[in-house]
Ligand binder design. Structure first.
Ligand SMILES: Cc1cc2nc3c(=O)[nH]c(=O)nc-3n(C[C@H](O)[C@H](O)[C@H](O)COP(=O)(O)OP(=O)(O)OC[C@H]3O[C@@H](n4cnc5c(N)ncnc54)[C@H](O)[C@@H]3O)c2cc1C
Length: 637
């Protein structure tokens, strides 16, 4: 190599490193500056607030903005964690936050029907801990549900949460602040009956449920400083070969297939969570205070069962402090910790509360029940075309430079290129364009045993391997699990049992997704890329395949698919349902999200979903929180 070339490369590397350092400092300064942060909980000793919001996650950040937009409301937002570090905003680095101090790092109880290829049959369940919550560690995929998701909610007893009522909130998010997206892009899908089979014909007429007119919410609240903002950034299929092949494959599979390039909540290459879109614009409002590094231990009630205050403990402090709420306490601690907090506060199944010696405020048998999650089955596909993210490309300083200088390139997304499903089906596939995987990193976040990992990723040692994963998923799984208290402490992780794959329907549904992935790989756009599926050769499934015939036809047996699903399907990170809305007094919350059996207490987070949405839930959590904020503000007038 010539001297001049060496000097140019050295200078490029130096400039990139310098840029990275300056960029990190700039971000760090911006992140740390929270004008209304309460640094010492003792200063709140005799304070009281109209609203106390517990948890500054996806939902909590929305509520903090919307409730404090009215200067007459005083609002306290309490978060167990701190401000996330700069790595959280670089999309490709999302998984590096897992199992750091910004992750609660829950894990399931050993699973009976699934997770056999995972150490101790346990799934790792990351949850964000800090301002932004799980929205600050998630993969930023944007989706606002389909019509049937919300109509199902209504059928399950969530009166007023059907598609028609949710649409104004969903449309507002779909439009985004940039106006990049059309209102009809995301959730305008045909109706789907619960008992419908997995697929339909190509000729099936589609109902257009979307209005072309921009809609407004029932109350358009005035925001005193900056209004919230939401950004949607689609993968450009003209630039991303995998996204292009995915879209083109869909036309070959038939018009009933809806395959799209992925859409992210990313702005100029930077994560755009509800922390960015909602909480930060509210910084500086004198009626909003933000208390970080503080864990709410429980809610306390007066003689009439009215929520009066919360008990808080700041990290490293010995004392507990009681902070009073004049109007409402709102629990937004997420689908695992909100039911835990309710139980610690005396609202839950009497028998469980008695076992832990917790005084019963209200016997509510469904707190912590109805827990659902999506599962993803990874299927590795190698290609002979340069199109994917590889370990070598991540380590290439020019890619880092592209990101730092223009916010583009492989660092600017999480490598998910496309998402698709047959219309009117309950399953789908996600194209995750990661060709080579780092064994240590992936096992570290998935808990896969070494042999199970290598059965799935036979080419794991090749750091320049091109390829992708199809993540095969069931959108409407029927298995349900539960959350139980381990002890009486808010800091102790509860028992989390999702009962993955308990219901046989989920096996059939996920198998249908895998077969769709196999058909997609056989389409011309993927054949041109040299796509080959590597059917996992898991030892425990060797009696069922994959056989030579399966390799040739890509049609493995039902028993083989069931075996690999029970072996190594991984959490989709979408827990919900544990404090579901319902019509009956035994439901945890009513249709205004008020906790049944007490007053002055609401739940607003993914736990209130009565059933899953048919894709990623984060933007729907935001829509739910927006609708809840309207209800709270109207009630307070
Ligand atoms: C790894 C990962 C990837 C994901 N990818 C996507 C994706 O691509 N697209 C998508 O749409 N969704 C995705 N999700 C799901 C999505 O992020 C969640 O559904 C959503 O963030 C849930 O919001 P929430 O408000 O219910 O809870 P959270 O955002 O989890 O907020 C709960 C907050 O409460 C705080 N808290 C808990 N207990 C207490 C307490 N006792 N005191 C004080 N504070 C407390 C927590 O620290 C946290 O900040 C992903 C999730 C994960 C973990």
């Amino acid at each position: 190599m010539g001297l001049i070339r060496k000097v140019v490369i050295a200078l490029t590397i130096l400039t990139a490193l310098l840029g990275l350092i300056l960029y990190s400092i700039w971000l760090w300064l911006g992140y740390e500056h929270i004008p209304n942060r309460v640094s010492n909980v003792e200063s709140l000793k005799d304070a009281s607030f109209d609203f106390i919001i517990v948890g500054a996650g996806t939902a909590g950040c929305v509520l903090a903005n919307r409730l404090s937009a009215d200067p007459n409301n005083s609002v306290l937002l309490i978060e167990a964690g701190d401000v996330f570090g700069p790595a959280s905003i670089v999309p490709l680095l999302s998984t590096t936050i897992q199992q750091t101090r910004f992750d609660w790092a829950f894990r399931t109880t050993p699973q009976k029907y699934s997770s056999r290829g995972l150490i101790n049959n346990q799934q790792f369940l990351p949850r964000g801990r800090g301002l932004g919550g799980s929205g600050q560690i998630n993969y930023m995929l944007h989706f606002t549900g389909i019509k049937d998701d919300f109509d199902r909610w209504e059928r399950l007893g969530a009166h007023d949460w059907n598609f028609e009522r949710m649409k104004p909130y969903l449309d507002r998010l779909e439009r985004g602040t940039d106006g990049v997206e059309e209102a009809s892009e995301g959730h305008c899908q045909p109706e789907l009956e619960d008992d419908e089979m997995f697929e339909t014909t190509d000729e099936q007429p589609l109902l257009n449920m979307c209005s072309s007119q921009p809609s407004t919410t029932s109350t358009d609240m005035k925001h005193s400083i900056q209004p919230p903002s939401w950004h949607i950034n689609p993968v450009d299929a003209d630039e991303n070969l995998l996204a292009k092949a995915f879209q083109d494959a869909s036309s070959e599979l038939g018009s009933s297939h809806d395959f799209r390039a992925a859409r992210y909540n990313i702005r100029n290459g930077i994560r755009w969570s509800s922390y960015h879109g909602y909480l930060r614009p509210a910084f500086g409002r004198s009626n909003l205070q933000v208390l970080t590094n503080s864990v709410v231990q429980r809610v306390i009630f007066n003689n009439q069962n009215r929520a009066q205050a919360v008990i808080v403990q700041q990290t490293n402090a010995e004392n507990f402090l009681t902070i009073r709420a004049r109007q409402e306490v709102i629990l937004s601690a997420g689908a695992f910790q909100t039911p835990q907090l309710l139980k610690l506060s005396g609202i839950g199944p009497a028998i469980e509360l008695k076992r832990h010696g917790i005084p019963i405020v209200h016997d509510s048998p469904n707190v912590g029940q109805n827990y659902f999650d999506h599962l993803n089955m990874p299927l590795f596909v190698s290609i002979n075309t340069t199109a994917s993210v590889t370990v070598d490309k991540i380590l290439n300083v020019l890619n880092l430079w592209n990101y730092l200088s223009e916010g583009t390139g492989i660092f600017s997304t999480t490598a998910v290129a496309g998402i698709g499903s047959p219309r009117l089906s309950k399953y789908g596939i996600i194209l995750f364009g990661m060709g080579s995987v780092d064994e240590k990193a992936l096992r570290h976040v998935s808990n896969l045993k070494q042999d199970a990992f290598r059965a799935h990723f036979p080419l794991y040692h090749n750091s320049s391997q091109e390829g992708f994963l199809f993540l095969n998923t069931c959108h409407q799984p029927k298995s349900r699990g539960a959350i139980y208290l381990r002890d009486r402490h808010a800091d102790t992780h509860p028992f989390i049992n999702p009962n993955y794959l308990k219901d046989k329907f989920d096996i059939e549904c996920m198998s249908a997704a895998i077969r769709l992935a196999a058909r997609t790989v056989e389409t011309a756009p993927f054949r041109r890329m040299g796509a080959v599926i590597h059917w996992p050769k898991a030892k425990s499934c060797s009696n069922f395949g994959p056989f030579v015939e399966d390799f040739r036809t890509n049609k493995p047996s039902d028993r083989y698919l069931e075996c690999i699903l029970r072996e190594s399907a991984l959490t989709g990170h979408h827990p919900g349902g544990t404090t579901a809305i319902g019509l009956h007094s035994e439901a945890v919350v009513d249709n205004q999200l008020r906790v049944n059996g007490v007053s002055g207490l609401r739940v607003v987070d993914a736990g209130v979903f009565p059933a899953p949405v048919s894709g990623t839930p984060n933007s729907v959590v935001i829509a739910v929180a927006e609708k809840a904020a309207d209800a709270i503000l109207i009630a307070g007038r």
